[in-house]
Ligand binder design. Structure first.
Ligand code: MG
Length: 267
C-alpha cells in the first residue's frame, strides 16, 4: 500500500494511492488518492469516501516528523571508504546516530535551497523508515513491527560545514535538507532493493539494501535504546558511495525499487 500526504483545494489530507476506475468512454484510468479521515500513523485507515485524481493534487512530504529525524552515518562500506580522508574512521561497530531537525523536511518537487554560507552542498540518497508506534528499548527481533513504512530520502549535507564544525548538526540540519517522499510504501521487498541517486539524469550513487552494514531492524532497536521513537518519526539508514555536489538549477532524484522516485530541484 502506498500512503501519500497531499494538498487539494487548500486542504491537507492523507490518502492511499489506488488505480482509478475507468469510466468506459476511454477516459479515466490513471491513479487516484483515496482520502483518509485522519493520520494513518495515529488513527488508522478510515476513508472519507472521496477519491481525488493524483494529477489534481499536490503531493507533500508523506510525513512531518513530530519530534525527530534520526540518521545513521557510515552504513555502506563503499561510502565509509570514500569519506575516510574527510570525516575519518572505519565502519562503526554500532549504528552511528545523528539527528536532523524536523524543520529540514520538504516534500517531492520542493526545492533544496543551498545556504549562502556553504560552498559545498551534497546529495546523499537514502532509504528512510517511518515509525508507526511508540518504540523504546525494543528487541531487534521485534523492531520492524514498529515501522509503519518506507520512503525515499535525501540526507542533503553542507559538507564543508560538517567538516569545519567537527559535528554534524549544522551541516546536516539546514531548512530543506531532508527531502522525503513521494509516498510511504508500507510493504516493499527490501531484501535486495536497488537504490539510485541521479543528478540531471546522470547516475551518481548506486547501492542495494543488502549492502547495509547495520540492518533495518538493528537500526530501530539501537536507536530505541537512546530515544523514545514516536509515530511519525523518521529514520534515514545511510548512503552508498558517490556523494557529490549539487548546484543551482540541478534536479536530484533518489529512486528505490519498490518504494518510489523522490525528485527535487536545487536553488
Ligand atoms: Mg547520510
Amino acid at each position: 500500500m502506498k500512503v501519500a500526504r497531499f494538498q487539494f483545494e487548500g486542504e491537507i489530507s492523507f490518502g492511499i494511492l489506488d488505480e482509478a476506475e475507468g469510466n468506459g468512454d476511454g477516459r479515466g484510468g490513471g491513479l487516484e488518492l483515496v482520502e483518509l479521515s485522519g493520520d494513518p500513523m495515529i488513527s488508522g485507515f478510515d476513508t472519507t469516501g472521496r477519491r481525488i485524481r493524483l494529477e489534481e493534487a499536490r503531493l507533500l512530504a508523506p510525513v512531518i516528523p513530530r519530534s525527530k529525524v534520526v540518521c545513521v552515518g557510515k552504513n555502506y562500506a563503499d561510502h565509509v571508504a570514500e569519506m575516510r580522508s574527510e570525516t575519518g574512521g572505519d565502519a562503526p561497530e554500532e549504528p552511528l546516530l545523528f539527528l536532523k531537525p524536523n524543520t529540514s523536511v520538504i516534500g517531492p518537487g520542493e526545492p533544496i535551497v543551498r545556504p549562502a554560507i556553504s560552498d559545498r552542498v551534497e546529495h546523499e540518497g537514502e532509504l528512510a523508515m517511518v515509525i508507526g508506534a511508540v518504540a523504546k528499548d525494543v528487541p531487534e527481533e521485534e523492531a520492524l513491527q514498529y515501522v509503519f513504512g518506507f520512503t525515499c530520502a535525501n540526507d542533503v549535507t553542507a559538507r564543508d560545514l560538517q567538516i569545519k564544525d567537527g559535528q554534524w548538526a549544522r551541516g546536516k540540519g539546514f531548512d530543506t535538507f531532508c527531502p522525503l517522499g513521494p509516498v510511504i510504501e508500507t510493504d516493499p521487498d527490501l531484501a535486495d532493493a536497488r537504490l539510485v541517486t541521479r543528478v540531471n539524469g546522470e547516475v551518481r550513487q548506486e547501492g542495494r539494501t543488502s549492502q547495509l552494514i547495520h540492518s533495518l531492524a538493528r537500526i530501530v532497536a539501537h536507536a530505541s535504546q537512546a530515544f523514545t521513537l514516536l509515530p511519525g518519526d523518521v529514520i534515514l539508514t545511510g548512503t552508498p558511495a558517490g556523494v557529490g555536489p549539487l548546484e543551482s538549477g540541478d534536479t536530484v532524484e533518489v529512486e528505490i525499487a519498490g518504494v518510489g522516485i523522490l525528485r527535487n530541484p536545487v536553488l
